[in-house]
Design a protein around this ligand. Structure first.
Ligand SMILES: *Cc1c(COP(=O)(O)O)cnc(C)c1O
Length: 491
C-alpha cells in the first residue's frame, strides 16, 4: 500500500506518510486504494480484533504481532471494555460514545494510538532525528496529544491553543499537563489563525533547517496526519458490528452516521469505511453556527469569507476544514492539479466551487445541517428530559441536525450518532441548558451531578487544585520563534 499526496509528488510508504504528517507539496496523504474489509457478524474478538483487521490493511509493512501489541497498549487506558460503547437511545437511534479515553473526548481514539504508530514508523524509516510534534488545537486535540506523547522517548510536543477560545476544563487539562517533553502556549487569535500559523511553520525551510541542526524534525499530530485518521475508521466498523450482534440490524443492512465535525476528520473516516465496504446509507455532517460545511454540501461552493463565531461546541469552531481536501481529491477523480487549483483559490480568494457533477456525487452520500447555540441548549435539555441521556454540546449539535434531517427526509434508517465528548468537559454550558450557572466551573460540575446523576469522570474532578504549569501566551507572528526557542536553548 502506497500513499499519494492530494497535491501531487511521489508516493510514499505508510511509515513515511506518518512520520512526515504532511507532504512536501503541502498536500495530505491518502491511500492509493481502499482495501475491502469483510464485516463480521459478531463482535467476538471485540474492538482490538476489528481494529487489527482494519488497520493492518493500511499498514502492510508493520509486523502484525507488533500491531497487536500497539493496539493493546493504546486502548488499555480506556474506561470501557468496548473502547467505544454503543448506547441505544430509541428504536431508530443509537449513540456511539467516543469519549472513554483519558481526556474524555474522541481525539483519544486516534491520539492514544498515534505515538505507537509514530515510533514504529520511525523505526521503519530509519529516522535518527528526534520528532518535534506541533499541534494547533480547538480544545481537545491539544490535551489528547499531550497525554498520548508525554514522556514518549525521542519526541517533544508543543500545543498552541486560541487564547479564550477553549472551555475552562479544556484549558485546565492542558496547562496542568505533566511530563518532561510537553509544552503549551496560548495564541492571541482564533483556532483558524493558530492552525494557519502551524501550517506556515511546516512550510518554512528556515524553521526546518534550524531544527535539523539541533537534531530535530517536525511532525504533526493534527488530523491531517494519516496516522490520526486511520484509528478513527475502526469505530465505524465496531459500532456496525455491535448493532448486528444485538440484532438491531440484519447483515448487509445500511445505516446512517451523524457526525459533529469541523476539520472533517471524524466524518471522513466514515467515508473511508464506506469505501472499504461498510454498508452506509448516509453520512450526515453536523455543524454549529460556523456553518461553512453546510453551505458547501448545499451549493458546492466553499466560502470562508464569513465571520468566525465562538460557540459552546468550540471543538468544531472551524472555517478552514483541512481534511475536506482528502474528499476533494476523490471528487476530482484524484486529479492533483485540480486540487491544487481549488486550494490556491481558497488561499487567495477564500473560496472555490465544485463542478456540478462533483456536487451530485457528493450529495449521493452526504447530507448536512447546522444548529444554533439556542437549539444546542434546547436539545441537551429535551433529550435528557425524554430519555435520561446527557449530551455534551457537540453531541447535541449532531442530535439537533439529525432530528431535522429525519423531519426533512422522512428517512428512518437506523442511525449511529457519534458522541464526541463527555458532558462534564463542558459542564458550565451543559448546566446552562437547565438553569442559571455560577462563575465557578467546579461548582457547576457539582450542580450538574446533583441535577442529572450522570457520573463525574475522574479526569474532571482531579483537575481542581492542580498547579498550572504552562501559562505562556504569544502573538501569531511569534509562533515560529516560540517553536524554536526551547530547542535552541535560549528561551
Ligand atoms: C475534534 C472534535 C470534533 C470534530 O472533529 P473533526 O476532526 O473536526 O471531525 C468534534 N467534537 C469534539 C468534542 C472534538 O474534540
Amino acid at each position: 500500500m502506497r500513499y499519494l499526496s492530494t497535491r501531487g509528488g511521489e508516493s510514499v510508504s505508510a511509515a513515511k506518510a506518518i512520520v512526515r504528517g504532511i507532504s512536501p507539496s503541502g498536500g495530505l496523504y491518502v491511500p492509493e486504494s481502499y482495501p475491502k474489509i469483510e464485516v463480521s457478524n459478531s463482535v467476538r474478538g471485540g474492538y482490538l480484533a476489528t481494529a487489527h483487521r482494519v488497520m493492518r490493511a493500511y499498514l502492510p509493512e508493520t509486523d502484525p504481532a507488533e500491531l497487536e501489541r500497539m493496539l493493546a497498549a493504546a486502548y488499555g487506558s480506556f474506561d470501557s471494555p468496548d473502547v467505544t460503547p454503543v448506547v441505544k437511545l430509541s428504536e431508530q437511534e443509537h449513540v456511539l460514545e467516543l469519549w472513554h479515553g483519558p481526556t474524555m473526548a474522541f481525539k483519544d481514539v486516534a491520539l492514544q494510538m498515534l505515538p505507537h504508530l509514530m515510533q514504529d514508523s520511525l523505526r521503519q524509516t530509519g529516522e535518527t532525528k528526534r520528532v518535534y510534534i506541533l499541534v494547533a488545537t480547538s480544545g481537545d486535540t491539544g490535551k489528547a496529544a499531550l497525554e498520548g506523547f508525554r514522556d514518549v522517548e525521542g519526541t517533544r510536543v508543543l500545543v498552541f491553543y486560541p487564547l479564550g477560545g477553549v472551555s475552562e476544563a479544556q484549558r485546565l487539562q492542558m496547562v496542568t499537563q505533566e511530563g518532561a517533553n510537553v509544552d503549551v502556549c496560548a495564541v492571541r487569535g482564533n483556532f483558524d489563525d493558530a492552525q494557519t500559523g502551524v501550517k506556515q511553520i511546516f512550510a518554512s525551510k528556515d524553521v526546518a533547517d534550524a531544527l535539523e541542526q539541533q537534531g530535530w524534525r517536525l511532525s504533526s499530530a493534527n488530523s491531517i496526519n494519516f496516522g490520526r485518521l486511520l484509528p478513527q475508521i475502526v469505530y465505524y466498523f465496531t459500532s456496525y458490528e455491535t448493532l448486528l450482534s444485538r440484532g438491531e440490524i440484519r447483515p448487509g443492512e445500511a445505516v446512517n452516521f451523524c457526525v459533529p465535525t469541523g476539520n472533517f476528520g471524524d466524518i471522513l473516516a466514515g467515508e473511508y469505511a464506506r469505501r472499504m465496504g461498510l454498508p452506509v446509507h448516509r453520512l450526515i455532517c453536523a455543524s454549529n453556527r460556523n456553518n461553512v460545511l453546510t453551505d458547501f454540501f448545499e451549493s458546492g461552493v466553499y466560502d470562508d469569507n464569513r465571520p468566525f463565531y465562538q460557540s459552546m461546541s468550540c471543538s468544531i469552531d472551524i472555517l478552514i476544514s483541512s481534511n475536506l481536501e482528502r474528499l476533494l481529491f476523490e471528487l476530482a477523480d484524484r486529479d492533483d492539479a485540480l486540487v491544487r487549483e481549488w486550494m490556491s483559490a481558497l488561499r487567495e480568494k477564500g473560496m472555490y466551487a465544485l463542478p456540478e457533477a462533483a456536487l451530485d456525487e457528493l450529495k449521493r452520500t452526504f447530507s448536512a445541517g447546522w444548529c444554533s447555540e439556542e437549539d444546542t441548549l434546547a436539545t441537551i435539555r429535551r433529550v435528557f428530559q425524554d430519555t435520561g441521556y446527557l449530551m455534551d454540546p457537540h453531541t447535541a449539535v449532531a442530535q439537533c441536525v439529525y432530528e431535522r434531517y429525519v423531519e426533512r427526509s422522512g428517512d428512518h434508517t437506523k442511525t449511529l450518532l457519534l458522541s464526541t465528548a463527555n458532558p462534564y468537559k463542558f459542564a458550565s454550558d451543559v448546566l446552562g441548558a437547565f438553569e442559571h450557572t455560577q462563575n465557578d466551573d467546579f461548582a457547576n460540575v457539582g450542580r450538574l451531578f446533583a441535577l442529572t446523576g450522570a457520573p463525574v469522570p475522574k479526569g474532571i474532578s482531579g483537575l481542581s487544585g492542580k498547579p498550572e504549569r504552562h501559562l505562556d501566551v504569544c502573538d501569531l507572528e511569534d509562533m515560529p520563534k516560540r517553536v524554536l526557542s526551547p530547542v535552541l536553548g535560549k528561551r
